[in-house]
Design a protein around this ligand. Structure first.
Ligand code: MLT
Length: 407
């Protein structure tokens, strides 16, 4: 008789952002007259850069003519895009990464979720707490997480609490962590990491023969010059780290889908190249990203594209400032938001994360994300995003302040 993958049964019934969307939908159905402001899921709202649109239009035209039509593309991505990525994101910044170390995909969510395929089920996994749920849930699916208890979380996962006391930065685990997920600037806390701090992780990984799975999806929001945009700015990282990048938050591609993963050729375990394994995995399970989308992503690196992207990021950064300063001024305890689109807020009035979510929706008609949805250490916190119009952002801040006393 057929047996299913029992690990899926162990998972929470649905994904965090699906739960939230359902609650908000229900609220809107019950109160159609209320204008709900969404500062919940980290989804961009500004339109795509004009240069990206033009490039995609041109590419669509090419697909319509037999002389320039293209079918399946290279699984790892067209060389024109991998070249542009290398030149702009790495070589131009003094980091030696070659195009054949880049794998273009449809999203960092897919890549961070799928990367576990090339690692043994027995590996120990370390994650920050709070954490982007994809890292944990996909390891549950793979059978690496053990069993869940409300008190301790997943029995085999090494949790690295990121709290106010440690500046919301993880501490090196005493245990041997084989697969270490790090995300900086962090989702959900919005905190960035300095080079000297990240070096400790690279040293740890090199010493213990671990791999760092480094999610840099929010690097475009970094303002602090001491914060690395890539983990490969740290010496030795090419021997122990895989980096995930995305066009989603940088260039507004959440609905277009394009990202890339970097696996240096130097990254080997027992003489086996992870670059080769991932290439094998990807070429078996996917046929790459559409030509039209890759031309759009290439345009992000044109002079006009860079300018437009900078403007969009600056717009969201200004929103983050409005939230951070507005709430801080009203006496709320707020973190993040400087090198990140996310603001991490201590819930007022000693409310739990979900209590605050419900009350905020009810009283202020504002949606955020409960910190506890990202892990136990997120209890008592709440995440707001700057991905909205400046008008809505200001309005949301006013409504929050009006509805809650920060004391
Ligand atoms: C979030 O809200 O945390 C983001 O939407 C995560 C993602 O990019 O999948």
């Amino acid at each position: 008789m057929l047996k299913i993958n029992e690990n899926f049964v162990k998972l929470p019934a649905s994904y965090l952002f699906v739960d939230i969307a359902k609650k908000v939908q229900l609220f809107s159905q019950q109160h159609p007259e209320k204008e709900v402001l969404r500062l919940g899921i980290g989804d961009v709202t500004r339109p795509l850069p004009k240069s990206v649109i033009q490039a995609m239009k041109d590419a669509a035209e090419e697909m319509g003519s037999s002389a320039t039509f293209r079918g399946y593309g290279p699984e790892a991505g067209y060389l024109f895009l991998r070249d542009a990525i290398c030149k702009n994101d790495y070589q131009g910044k003094g980091i030696e990464i070659d195009p054949d170390e880049i794998f273009v995909s449809d999203g960092a969510k897919s890549d961070t979720g799928n990367i576990g395929d090339i690692f043994d089920r027995e590996n120990t996994v370390a994650v920050c707490d709070p954490v982007y749920p994809v890292y944990v849930d996909t390891n549950v699916m793979a059978g690496r997480a053990g069993d869940y208890s409300a008190y301790a979380g997943w029995s085999k996962i090494i949790y690295m609490p990121c709290k106010k006391e440690n500046g919301f930065l993880p501490e090196l685990p005493e245990e041997n962590a084989d697969m270490i997920y790090l995300c900086f600037p962090n989702n959900p806390t919005g905190m960035g990491i300095h080079k000297d701090e990240l070096k400790k992780w690279v040293d740890y990984a090199l010493e213990r023969h671990s791999v760092i799975l480094y999610d840099a999806a929010y690097e475009a929001f970094i303002t602090d010059p001491e914060m690395p945009h890539s983990i490969y700015e740290i010496e030795g990282a090419k021997k122990c780290a895989i980096e995930f990048r995305s066009f989603s938050k940088t260039a507004g591609f959440t609905g277009v889908r394009c990202a890339f993963t970097v696996i240096p050729k130097e990254l080997t375990f027992n003489g086996i190249s992870l670059n080769r394994l991932w290439g094998r995995r990807q070429s078996t399970k996917m046929n790459g990203v559409s030509y039209i989308v890759q031309r759009g992503a290439e345009a992000v690196y044109s002079e006009k594209g860079k300018r437009e992207v900078r403007e969009n990021i600056a717009y969201y950064q200004n929103n983050a400032k409005i939230i951070l300063n507005g709430l801080a001024h009203a006496g709320f305890e707020v973190y993040g938001g400087v090198n990140s689109p996310y603001i991490w807020l201590k819930t007022p009035e000693r409310l739990s994360s979900w209590e605050f979510f419900d009350l905020l929706l009810e009283k202020a008609n504002v949606v955020g994300t409960p910190g506890s949805g990202f892990g136990q250490a997120g209890e008592g916190y709440f995440r707001l995003t700057s991905f909205n119009t400046t008008e809505n952002t200001k309005e949301a801040v006013e409504r929050i302040i009006k509805s809650f006393s920060a004391a």
